[in-house]
Design a protein around this ligand. Sequence first.
Ligand code: UDP
Length: 325
Amino acid sequence: MRILVTGGAGYIGAHTSRLLAERGDYVLVVDDLVTGSRDRIPEIPVVSLNIANGSAEQLEGLMREHRIDAVIHFAAQKRVGESVEKPAWYYEQNVGSVAQLLLAMQAAEVRKLVFSSSAAVYGEASGAIAEDAPTHPINPYGATKLVGEQLISASSRAWPLRAASLRYFNVGGAGSPELGDTQALNLIPICFEQIADNKPPLIFGDNYDTLDGTCVRDYVHVSDVAEAHLAVLDALPDLPGNTMLNIGTGVGTTVRQMVDAILHVCGSDLTAEVLDRRAGDPAAVVGVVDSIRELTGWSARYTVSDIVESAWQSRQHFNAISARR
Ligand code: UDP
C-alpha cells in the first residue's frame, strides 16, 4: 500500500511509519515538526507542513503525486491543560486538520482512513469501557477528538470512505530508545523528571474506590499501538463507515503500582508523595478490547514492565545525547 501518515514524525506516528516501511509499504509523512523529529524516521520522506488551515489543495496534490491509497492521521495537539486555556485553537488544529484531510481525500479519491482518537472521548466514565459507552468528554481536547470522529462518520455516509477511529488508552514505552516520547505529559515521563530532580513522584489521590486507593488505567505499549494501526488498515476493506475501536490491553494498573515499577527501574530509593485528587480524573479507565480482536485478530503483547523498562531505556538514551551536547 501507499500510505500518507500525518504526524508520522511524532511518538506514535513514527513507530507506525517505521513498521509500515519495514513491511514494504510506501510511506509519505506530513508533519509540522514542532514536537515531531525527522531523527525518528531518517529513511522516510517528510513534507514539513501544518495541515490545520487551508492545506486541502496541497494535500490533494501530494495524494495524487504519490498515488496514495490510505491515510493515517496522527497529527494533533494533545495537551489537555492547554486545550482548556485555548479551546478555539484546539478546535482549529484538531478538527481543522481532519476537515482539510477529508476535503483532500474526497477530491483525490483516497478512501481509507485511520484516525487517532482517544479514550478522552469517554470523559469521566469509570470502569471497563466498551466502544458503545456514552461519550461525554470533559475537556476541549477530548471534545476535538469526538468531533473529529463525528466528521469522519458523516463523511463516510456522504462518499465511499472506509475509516476507523482508534481510541487510545494510556500509551507508553518505546519500540527502540530513539523512538521514545520526549514530552513529559503523562505519568511515566513525569515521574522520570521528578526522580531526575531528586524529588518524589507525586500520586494524585489515594482515596479512590480501587485496589490500593489510587487511579486505575490501561497502559498499552506504543509498539502494540503501532501494530494495531497496521492490523486495522488491513481490515478496512471489510469495515463499512467509521468503526470506533478501543486500543488498550483490557488490564488495569494502579498509579501506585506504576510508580513502584518506575522507582524500581530507576533504582531510586525515593518514596512517592500523595497529593489531593487531580480534577476530572475518573477512578478507573480500562478498555474493553474485544472489538479490535474480533475484527482484526490484534491484541496487545507487551506488559506494564515492558512499558516501564523500554521508557526508561529511551529516557537514558536522550539523557546521554543531551549530556554530549
Ligand atoms: N498521575 C499521578 N501523578 C502524576 C501524573 C499522573 O498520580 O505525576 C495520575 C493521574 O492522576 C492519572 C494517572 O496517573 O490517574 C494517569 O495520568 P496521565 O496524565 O498519564 O493520563 P490520563 O489517564 O489522565 O489520560
